[in-house]
Design a protein around this ligand. Structure first.
Ligand SMILES: Cc1ncc(COP(=O)(O)O)c(C=O)c1O
Length: 442
């Protein structure tokens, strides 16, 4: 009887949360309060809250209470989204988060509230950030092989905005941007919105086909190259120095600009020099702290040569006016006090571990990935349709992306793309084995 009672109460509260009657952030009654209200034992309340916690609907914070979790989340690029209650695992978007990171944010907000100049945060900040924000990013980038003065750095709202701003500043509508045949979907979105034509260059696990890139640039009036030379998303390749030098020479010979996307570059500890170092006068280097710190903070940056700064700043001002003061201040503190460095080291270990689990699960099928990357690419045999495998996995609550989200026509790879970062570590192996079985079954 008693068992039913705690379940009934838990279901009642769960229904109120799901219907929105108890919105995200609502503080639920304390154990004692609820016990008194319902005429039940405190131990029964503990069971109610434990059940709601296990269902992911509430979270308890010692000394602070029990709160309704914010489940709004990310609805993704994929049309095939699942309602949260049926979602078992999201392998469609990389959102790495270390346990306890919420506490790091709480502490930093407290410190900022206690010692920071809050009035200064309410004033308008310049587009691209203040000098010392830009300096923090410039120092951080030294380890990536990017050595520029702070004035050549602009802070953005994530790498996505940096790409958009670069495309807006570098390409007129109708211009042509060369990209890998399998590329980051956000770059595809930007090109559509900015009316820029994409010209696809074949690529595989070893990288961009530079011969084909040279031939394309001889044939067509390409004006910009968008590339991810270090830990490509989704193929994970790292272009070798020789290929990078050929790309830099090609860009010089044909007077092309380069957008170098280094969002995942931190996962490669010893990378060849970035394109930015090989052709600094024509490269806009973009990145963010989304994959090494947190996607929700929307902190990114771009690095550009002097002659592009005013066009880029104008484009940045057009979309945001000034840089977001609170986030920029918080993140630049973390850049300076070693928090980012520490989290990056943890992420590298985490990604390596996740990739090892993937290699094990996909030992019997074709699988392409960087050994310490957060993404994986599963090319499927001709007779197996990627959309059917994805639909079948979705029925079991597992979300994956199909290759078409990453493909640039005329290329249409029959593949699945997996994002390994978001699934809880203790469930990853089981989920990946389910994916492997679905692929083998077809
Ligand atoms: C290669 C690549 N570039 C840029 C981005 C955008 O990142 P941000 O969250 O910093 O806008 C992503 C996000 O997944 C990405 O994978």
């Amino acid at each position: 009887m008693r068992t039913e009672h705690y379940k009934t109460i838990a279901e009642e509260i769960a229904a109120a949360i799901r219907s929105g009657a108890l919105p995200a952030g609502t503080r639920l009654p304390t154990h004692r309060e609820l016990a008194r209200e319902r005429g039940i034992a405190v131990a029964t309340v503990s069971r109610v809250y434990a059940q709601l916690t296990a269902a992911g609907l509430v979270s308890g914070e010692v000394g602070r209470g029990t709160f309704v979790r914010d489940q709004s989340g990310y609805s993704g690029l994929e049309p095939r989204r699942l309602p949260l209650p049926t979602r078992v695992a999201d392998l469609s978007f990389n959102q790495p988060l270390a346990p306890g990171q919420g506490e790091t944010l709480r502490r930093a907000l407290r410190e900022l509230a206690n010692e920071g100049d809050l009035e200064a945060l309410l004033a308008q900040h310049p587009p691209g950030g203040r000098e010392h924000d830009r300096a923090a990013v410039a120092t951080y980038l030294l380890d990536r092989g990017v050595d520029v003065p702070p004035g050549n750095v602009l802070v953005t709202s994530g790498a996505q905005q940096a790409i958009d701003v670069a495309v807006a500043a570098l390409l007129a509508p109708g211009a042509v941007m060369a990209v890998d045949a399998v590329t980051y979907p956000g770059a595809k979105l930007v090109s559509t919105a900015r009316h820029v034509e994409l010209a696809a260059v074949r690529c595989d696990a070893d990288g961009t086909d530079v011969d084909e890139l040279e031939a394309l640039c001889a044939r067509r009036a390409v004006s910009v190259l968008y590339l991810m030379p270090t830990v490509h998303n989704p193929l994970g390749f790292v272009l070798g120095t020789e290929h990078r030098e050929r790309i830099a020479a090609l860009a010089r010979q044909r007077d092309l600009m380069i957008i170098e996307d280094a969002t995942y570059a931190f996962l490669e500890s010893v990378a060849p020099p970035p394109l930015q170092a090989l052709a600094p006068e024509r490269t806009v280097y973009v990145g963010s702290l989304s994959k090494n710190l947190a996607t929700g903070l929307r902190f990114g940056y771009l690095v550009a040569p002097d002659h592009l700064l005013s066009a880029l700043t104008r484009a940045l001002r057009t979309s945001t006016w000034g840089s977001p003061s609170l986030i920029t201040t918080l993140v630049t503190r973390w850049l300076r006090d070693g928090t980012v460095e520490k989290l990056e080291a943890e992420r590298r270990a985490d990604a390596q571990w996740r990739q090892a689990a993937a290699r094990e699960a996909f030992a019997d099928v074709d699988y392409i990935a960087h050994p310490a990357g957060y993404s994986g690419w599963l090319p499927l045999p001709e007779e197996t349709r990627a959309d059917q495998v994805a639909a079948c996995l979705a029925e079991h609550g597992i979300l994956v992306s199909t290759g078409d989200a990453f493909a640039v026509p005329p290329f249409a790879p029959n593949a699945l793309r997996l994002a390994l970062a978001s699934v809880a570590g203790d469930r990853l192996g089981v989920v990946l084995r389910q994916v492997a079985e679905a692929v083998v079954r077809g």
